[in-house]
Design a protein around this ligand. Structure first.
Ligand SMILES: [Ca+2]
Ligand SMILES: [Ca+2]
Ligand SMILES: [Ca+2]
Length: 373
């Protein structure tokens, strides 16, 4: 072979090697369609997104797959994890594959928020209207309970919004994934038979009785957390009397529960009759046992499980409670910002177990609140 041919072969070989080096990168597929703002971090490719177990997944988590156009909001430093991502572009979506039985999407609401479309396992769900007259962080957009197992939630911005909204913004602050195993399932206490019904019911003119109420209840606690001794408020009303306008309670007292969930209230002298008894913990919703016939001596009343999450004590679990928990988030007892009432789980730190308890009861009213409405 001539020197010239050798050179030609060598050049061809070099060209082949160069091509081989170039081809894989150009053949790797189109660039990700995601367009992110300057502060945004890179996310793994959709196929690489792992399946999320129970936990809190921030908007910058690699478990979330963003598609379309999303920006980091630099003004949301008070949000969960110190930032949020948002989109105004219809069709921009975020997807989370998770393993559990409940998922909560934590968002921001405000005057320029739009309506988000939501899919669970590919099935279209009711839309989430994120409009709110005043802007507020730490809002529950939606929460779904699903059969235990692997699922997918997808959320997308749309071109529709509340008639009062000035924009279409959809915000992702975090997703909370829960699994039944992450919370201790309380032993259901059989509901009363509050007391043996005395016959005949004493008349109103009968002499007052000295009454003790032995209340039984359970507090929601994550598995492994100590059984608490907590203050319990007991309010006693004449049966059927709670409603607008709310009457004065016949008895309003606080006592500390024993470790087994028993608490004794000495009501003193009470006119015989039928009463509605409301029990409320410092940061739980209230529960009622109605129509209890109070008789002399001990009357046993079972209140069952008191749902956690009422940080501000107004007997509803809502965004105001989220705000207070957020202010204390991450703080341990003795540290600045720590709040006893935000430590729903009772382990002296305000963290994901408290957020999980609150999110699980978000939107619930206590019995007293529901009765007064
Ligand atoms: Ca966040
Ligand atoms: Ca509340
Ligand atoms: Ca806690």
């Amino acid at each position: 072979m001539s020197r010239r041919s050798l050179l030609a072969v060598a050049a061809a070989l070099v060209a082949l090697v160069v091509l081989a080096l170039i081809l894989p990168s150009t053949a790797a597929g189109p660039l990700p369609s995601m367009v992110l703002g300057d502060r945004a971090r890179a996310f793994p490719a959709p196929l690489a997104a792992p399946v999320a177990g129970p936990g809190l997944y921030e908007d910058d988590s690699g478990y979330l797959t963003f598609d379309g156009h999303w920006d980091v909001d630099p003004s949301a430093s008070q949000a969960s994890g110190g930032e949020v991502r948002y989109s105004n572009i219809a069709g921009s979506s975020v997807t989370l594959e998770f393993e559990g039985d409940r998922v909560t999407w934590i968002t921001s609401k405000g005057p320029a928020e739009g309506v988000a479309r939501v899919w669970i396992d590919g099935v279209y769900q009711p839309e989430a209207d994120l409009y709110r007259p005043g802007a507020r962080l730490w809002q529950v957009a939606i929460a779904y309970t699903v059969p235990p197992g692997r699922h997918q939630i997808k959320v997308a911005a749309s071109n529709s919004h509340n008639m009062n909204s000035t924009g279409y913004r959809v915000t992702v602050d975090a997703f909370l994934v829960e699994s039944g195993g992450s919370l201790e399932s309380p032993t259901p206490t059989p509901i009363p038979t509050a007391s043996p019904t005395p016959t005949p019911i004493p008349t109103a003119t009968a002499a007052p009785l000295t009454v003790r109420v032995e209340a039984h209840l359970a507090f929601q606690r994550p598995r492994g957390h100590p059984r608490p001794q907590l203050p319990l408020h007991l309010l006693v009303y004449t049966a059927g009397a709670v409603g607008p306008p709310s009457p004065a309670a016949l008895f309003d007292g606080v006592a500390t529960t024993h470790l087994d969930g028993t608490v004794i209230f000495d009501l003193g002298a009470v006119p015989p009759g039928r009463y509605d008894l409301y029990a409320k913990g410092d940061h739980t919703l209230s529960r009622v046992v109605a129509g209890v016939s109070l008789v002399a001596g001990d009357t046993r009343v079972d209140f069952g499980l008191l749902p956690e999450g009422d940080v501000d004590g107004d007997d509803v679990v809502d965004s105001l409670d989220f705000d207070l928990l957020e202010q204390a988030f991450g703080a341990q007892t003795g540290e600045p910002g720590y709040s006893d009432v935000a430590d729903l789980s009772g382990d002296e730190v305000v963290d994901i177990s408290d957020l999980s308890l609150l999110a699980g009861n978000h939107g619930l009213d206590g019995a007293a609140r529901a009765a007064i409405r």
